[in-house]
Design a protein around this ligand. Structure first.
Ligand code: ADP
Ligand code: MG
Length: 196
């Protein structure tokens, strides 16, 4: 609602794992050179989103906040550059980070607090804005495709988040495939086999 873009896709998650699963689903449509800008207050789930996004790309290393390093890299199907510019207040520091080189490196770049350095960013990115919901674990995630590359992917973007829209939490059948508890499939067998 507040600060969001009118044409943003609005998704709700009810747990940190669901936010991670949403991010993993989005990572499936990522391309080399993509920029993902993460906005939202402290504790909203920006780092959790990056963790899920990285997991979706096959990153095995634990992704944490790059608080002291500003930028951290992880190897996956695509290389993941994780930046947190919370402490950066001068655009020149962003330039020193070599953002252009990172974007040119064949990987994807995710920037926490990226909305604070908009003038230093190319006008082509996916904006992910996380806001707190009613319950402690409820989050609203607004996804906005900005610029030509993401605008052209609006349809696949909509499809990627479809399992997460329409229903809060994991109740919806379609959600189960991605975010549902993995145990459910195994439990279903219980009735038939009785084997071991
Ligand atoms: P940020 O990077 O935005 O400061 P973090 O990802 O580091 O936030 O922290 C988010 C915190 O909120 C974590 O402790 C996480 O477990 C918790 N959390 C609870 N519910 C959710 C949710 N639906 N999505 C993301 N994080 C959640
Ligand atoms: Mg963070």
């Amino acid at each position: 609602m507040t600060g969001g873009r009118a044409d943003a896709l609005e998704v709700r998650t009810a747990s940190v794992d669901e936010t991670r699963a949403l991010a993993a689903a989005l990572s499936a449509i990522a391309r080399p050179g993509d920029l993902v800008l993460l906005a939202g207050d402290l504790g909203a789930g920006k780092t959790a989103f990056v963790q899920g996004f990285g997991a979706g790309l096959g990153v095995e290393e634990r992704i944490t906040s790059p608080t002291f390093t500003l930028a951290q890299q992880y190897e996956g199907r695509l290389r993941v550059h994780h930046l947190d510019v919370y402490r950066l207040d001068q655009l020149s520091e962003v330039v020193e980070l070599g953002l252009a080189e990172l974007l040119d490196d064949g990987g994807v770049v995710l920037i926490e607090w990226g909305d604070a350095i908009l003038p230093a960013l190319p006008n082509d990115y996916l904006e992910v804005r996380l806001t707190f919901g009613e319950g402690d674990d409820d989050r609203s995630v607004a996804l906005a495709a900005v610029g030509p590359s993401w605008a052209a992917r609006r349809r696949v973007l909509t499809e990627a988040v479809e399992p997460f829209t329409g229903a809060t939490g994991r109740g919806a059948g379609a959600t189960g495939a991605i975010a549902g508890p993995g145990a459910v499939a195994g439990e279903a067998d219980h009735h038939g086999a009785g084997g071991c």
